[in-house]
Design a protein around this ligand. Sequence first.
Ligand code: C2O
Ligand code: CU
Ligand code: CU
Length: 488
Amino acid sequence: MASRRELLNLGVASGVLAATGGLAALFRETRPPAAYAAAPATGAAPSPAVPPFSVPLTVPPTLRPVRRSARADYYEVAMRPGRAGILPGRHTDVLTYDGGFPGPTIRARSGRTVVVRQRNLLREPVSVHLHGAATAEADDGSPMNTIAPGASRTYTYANEQSNATLWMHDHAHHLEAEHLYRGLSSLYLLTDRTEERLALPAGRYDIPLMLRDARFDENGQLVYDMDDAAGRDTILVNGRPWPRLAVQARKYRFRLVNTSNMRIFVLGLADGGEIVVVGGDGGLLAQPVAAPVLVLSPGERLDVVIDFSRYAAGTQVVLTNYVGPGPMDRVGQIMRFDVGERAPDRSAVPATLATLAAPAAPTVRRDVELRMDEPGAGVGAYVNGKSFDPARIDTEIRWGTTEEWTVRNANVTIPHNFHMHLVRFRIVERDGAPVPPVESGWKDTVLLWPGETVKLVATFDSYRGVFPYHCHMVDHSAMGMMAQMRIS
Ligand code: C2O
Ligand code: CU
Ligand code: CU
């Protein structure tokens, strides 16, 4: 258990401690290790200063299909270099889906197929992965299944799963971390009748917030150094640095997506105000969960509702990040909500959101150990002691089987997380304790603080083929913390 002083070093404000019921409660929720949060800065020059909350939040546009048939929507996307206005007065060279930083959002419906033709107009091979989707092996955008420069490839997404906030990002072997960092990232929002029947805030009151960090040089260019967790000192939301959003005094739904390479966010409203979680990686939870702090590791999604009607017009509410690494005066805040007049609000957060069956009973059990060489001891990154080898199948799975995987972070100072392609899983145990309510729904990515163990259950009953699983701190997976399973 961290001391109060350590927590304050993490930038945890005392007002929040009071509002959340104190240290113990906050720590039960988050458990950030002080060693991680206090990781030394790289010594590199800080990114150019940006006055916080000086730019308005923008929302990526919705991509229009080029064609629709009775059962499918067809899209075309060009992956090309772009110039984004991220920092005031500067232009940044980025890699884009269709020119956007982040790219345009695809809106899909369960049961209706989406076909995306991706053209690679970049100078390096790319692979487009739809994170959280069950796809055939050929459409998974796996590390070796790349699109050469100048070539194109068509990905088919059957959308045979329920509502979820999915994320499209690059996955080309050894290049994925830098490609993602430079901008190959966009949203894919999958809806269904279950979700539409609820009266959750919708339309302009349903706003995606893609959170990430970045480091810039004095010319405003992105600096990519592998494993530079502490140097990435600028927080971007939908590609804007520390933006502000004018909200009406009513309920809003926010899709929080951590699109960072490495940064784990521990989020809360600066006044300790309530945030209601309605969904996770794989869609709506069974019941809403009020949370004082939210933990979001790279690749994880949280769907939340904030009711601004409790604030007086003119109130400014900062979305805070309680942990480093990096300078807390920069990375300790995310964005600001500027509350306006009261507005009519017929939206509601019902007591029951979705029906989630209990996780199936596993018949096969496996252990997965995630480990990296500790700082100063080398640069290796391993799953069960081995670095990624695309020619090796690490795990053979019989189609139709339900398995329980016990995943352990064997490091003492380095956090990891764990992501599986193809399947959604349910967490059944976190560090020997029952799964926390916020993590009780469908997941595809799960955080493991140093020393933690998580048990998860997955059923392999969709596609057959070879799919990766890996740490989603993508600098780690690019270093080798990835393995492959074959379902046959
Ligand atoms: Cu979002 Cu294999 O990753
Ligand atoms: Cu994935
Ligand atoms: Cu890792």
